[in-house]
Design a protein around this ligand. Structure first.
Ligand code: ATP
Length: 234
């Protein structure tokens, strides 16, 4: 698996007229496991940590590298390596039909339009969406929409998939479907989630609280740490 490296990476945002606020404290991590979970309360800094990994957020200080490539200096190369899946697939799905949406993902990598259509249909089939190729994106269920957004990310053959709460908007059956797809991937997975069952399927889990990683270890230890924290805080 590629090495995800954070060296004292911190994120600060300006507070108008009041200096700065640290939304991620200096964080040092070396992540090489296949499946890495990130759990923690709302607003704790999980998305900020996830977004650092493909340059959607830049470190204010410190350094982040993916497979030895710096996310700031080699941003384009890193974005090719790291596919990012958002909580709300609407953030990613912009074309009228499913096949056109996958074609949009492929526009830079497959120049010939007939080859692009064929490849897009193959990607849909591989993700259980073959029957919906020519359907409107809006006619899909929430789970199918999330699978389509994920298919668009996978079409680009990333070496790492970062998924930021991809099941938060889904019911239990669709959570299981999307979870099974994510955990069936050969690629390295960084999964931000509120679903402790999904977190338990990871190889290593980080717990984030008040802008810092407060636990880093086994899924069992992480879930126990997190539930203790919630119980203490009420
Ligand atoms: N660009 C920004 N400017 C100002 N504040 C920000 C910015 N980005 C994030 N924040 C704040 O930083 C904190 C951490 O946000 P983040 O989205 O990383 O949390 P999270 O753990 O992913 O939360 P959730 O589970 O609700 O998605 C929040 O209080 C958020 O409002």
């Amino acid at each position: 698996m590629p090495t995800i490296q954070l060296d004292a990476a911190a994120v600060r945002v300006p507070l108008p007229g009041r200096g700065e606020r640290e939304i991620l404290a200096p964080t040092t991590l070396t992540l090489t496991e296949h499946r890495i979970g990130v759990i923690g309360a709302n607003g704790s800094g999980k998305s900020t940590l996830a977004r650092l990994l493909n340059g959607l957020v830049r470190p204010s200080s410190g350094r982040v590298s993916i497979g030895g490539r710096d996310v700031v200096r080699e941003g384009a190369a890193v974005r090719r390596m790291v596919g990012f899946c958002f909580t709300d697939p609407a953030a990613q799905l912009v074309m009228p039909t499913c096949v056109e949406d996958i074609e949009l993902s492929l526009r830079r990598t497959v120049k010939d339009s007939a080859a692009r259509r064929e490849r897009a249909l193959g990607v849909l089939a591989a993700n259980g969406l073959a029957d919906h190729a020519h359907d409107s994106v809006h006619s899909l269920s929430g789970g199918q929409r999330q699978l389509l957004a994920l298919a668009g990310v996978l079409a680009l053959d990333p070496t790492i998939v970062v998924a930021d709460e991809p099941t938060t908007l889904l019911d239990r059956a669709n959570t299981r479907r999307v979870g099974d797809t994510l955990f069936g991937l050969d690629q390295q997975l960084v999964l931000v989630t509120h679903d402790l069952e999904l977190a338990a399927r990871c190889d290593r889990v980080l717990v984030v609280d008040s802008s810092r990683v407060v636990f880093d270890g086994s899924p069992r230890g992480a879930v126990a740490h997190y539930t203790d924290m919630v119980d203490v805080d009420g």
